[in-house]
Design a protein around this ligand. Sequence first.
Ligand code: SAH
Length: 244
Amino acid sequence: MTGTLTIAGLGPGDAALVTPEVSAALADATDVLGYAPYVARVPAREGLRLHPSDNRQELQRAGEALKLAAEGRSVVIVSSGDPGVFAMAAAVFEALEAAPEMQDLTIRVLPGVTAMLAAAARAGAPLGHDFCAINLSDNLKPWELIEKRLRLATEADFAIAIYNPRSASRPEGFARALDVLKEAGCGDRAIIFAHAVTTPKERIETLRLADARPEMADMATLVIIGNSATRRVGRWVYAPRRAS
Ligand code: SAH
């Protein structure tokens, strides 16, 4: 098989945060697949076929990408941020597991700057000590599991990065998540709402968790909750390097 499949992360938004490795892969591609707003970030050029698709069609998109690569094309699937963080890389390997005849294909995963790192950099260093990342979407996992992970993350005193906090189709989950965190005694912790980081619509807001309102988050927001030792210095938020 002469085709290749590259799974690439475009970073959080700013073109300056697309890695040179990803830019080179896009320059060599014959086909680019992905969720339409991400494909729209890829510079158009003659001979490049763009295949934008809907958000929920990940497995179908992964299967199509494998098929094009098996036909000999140079295929790039794009994700925002990093492709391995709540994104396309896992979907491609899921599709690959179901297609043994494709398993000799050349596949590469190219990392990108994931939203939590771009958001943390804006706020200071809230992920400077141990932390975890939780996807609040319950499309692919039961809500009970999300609550359990939130509770255990606070018990372990991790700082927590929350992806996909709130969408029009899931308005109540994030409100419930805030309640779980308050019930766990995290009301005094710092919470950071990082909206559309590295884009012209960027907005960063830090407050006490007890004062946070569910409407402060939407699908373009990455939420970071500090651990119990997290401190504020001026406009900065950081997790001390020593655990308390
Ligand atoms: N693979 C992506 C995450 C996809 S899940 C990554 O590594 O960043 C989509 C979620 O990522 C959004 O709901 C939001 O929580 C977060 N996100 C992506 N880009 C963002 C940005 N520029 N600013 C803030 N949050 C962002």
